[in-house]
Design a protein around this ligand. Structure first.
Ligand SMILES: C[S@@+](CC[C@H](N)C(=O)[O-])C[C@H]1O[C@@H](n2cnc3c(N)ncnc32)[C@H](O)[C@@H]1O
Length: 150
């Protein structure tokens, strides 16, 4: 069972670490991370294919594609499962930082190799990565990807 504190913990981390006014939350489920970021003064848009979600949020019922026009300063994915890889690719393509908290892989890869694979994917696309853990139960490791200064 994923830790229900994850939305507030990640929102606090994002707000402390990134000045980004506009944040995209990909595979955001019900929109709870969106809600946590909104109360912290950030503008958040959630992408997910679920029709059932919290009211009053900026919520797009769609998959994120690489050619989606970029209108954010940071892209994140909390236990984004099948959407985790596109977050890394989108961030590299659009010169954005990303923060992902991986959970299940999109190809049956076990958890630790999946973390390694995602970090290596970002690095192969020209980004630097670091890892930090959120103080919560379950899959709590964040991979933070940033672009090297020019
Ligand atoms: C484990 S849930 C996590 C939801 C939320 N982030 C949370 O922590 O509660 C994974 C979510 O990923 C969404 N999802 C999976 N593949 C996706 C994709 N390619 N694009 C958008 N959403 C996707 C599912 O609809 C589901 O809501």
């Amino acid at each position: 069972m994923a830790d229900l504190a994850r939305f507030d913990l990640l929102a606090d981390f994002l707000v402390q670490q990134f000045a980004a006014p506009r944040i995209w939350d990909v595979a955001g489920g019900m929109g709870k991370l969106n809600q946590a970021l909104t109360v912290r003064g950030r503008q958040c848009t959630t992408f997910d294919v679920r029709w059932k979600h919290l009211p009053g949020l900026d919520y797009r019922e769609q998959l994120l594609e690489l050619d989606e026009p970029c209108a954010c300063d940071l892209i994140v994915g909390l236990h984004a499962d099948g959407a985790t890889r596109i977050i890394v690719e989108y961030a590299a393509h659009h010169q954005l930082p990303f923060v992902i908290v991986p959970c299940c892989s999109d190809n049956s890869m076990p958890y630790k190799p999946w973390l390694r694979h995602l970090a290596e994917l970002a690095q192969s696309l020209g980004m630097t990565t670091r890892q930090r853990d959120l103080p919560m139960r379950g899959r709590c490791t964040m991979i933070i990807g940033e672009h090297k200064p020019q």
